[in-house]
Design a binder for this molecule. Structure first.
Ligand code: SF4
Ligand code: SF4
Length: 109
């Protein structure tokens, strides 16, 4: 099998640890920090109930900010810095695992 040419990650317009073969994943600077966190202005948070989750990965694929990664068990895990609270993952999840809640409500817990 011929070696596939690796292209830079197209997700983030800055230096990124990921290439296209690593996607999906959270765009990060090589320092390990995100260039701009969405945490400060997000008003909604995707609360996930993993009990009905079938690990289909649709939430990872549809997240426009690649803010969802898989944990060691293959379940989705949301990056609190990168998620902007758009709610697309809640709409696309076929198992209704994701419920959008107020960010203030999450912080108060
Ligand atoms: S709310 Fe939007 S940005 Fe946050 S994890 Fe879901 S799809 Fe991604
Ligand atoms: S879309 Fe829903 S069922 Fe699929 S991995 Fe994400 S949370 Fe689990």
């Amino acid at each position: 099998m011929s070696e596939v040419e690796k292209k830079p990650c197209a997700i983030a317009p800055f230096e990124c640890q990921h290439d296209v073969d690593d996607w999906p994943g959270s765009p990060q600077l090589t320092s390990g920090h995100l260039a701009v966190s969405n945490r400060s202005w997000r008003t909604q948070w995707p609360q996930i109930d993993l009990s009905p989750c079938n690990k289909c990965n649709l939430c990872l694929l549809y997240c426009p900010d690649a803010a969802i990664v898989k944990n060691a068990d293959g379940f989705p895990q949301i990056d609190g810095d990168w998620c902007k609270g758009c709610g697309i993952c809640a709409v696309e999840c076929p198992k209704q695992c994701v419920r959008m809640i107020d960010e203030e409500q999450r912080i108060a817990r």
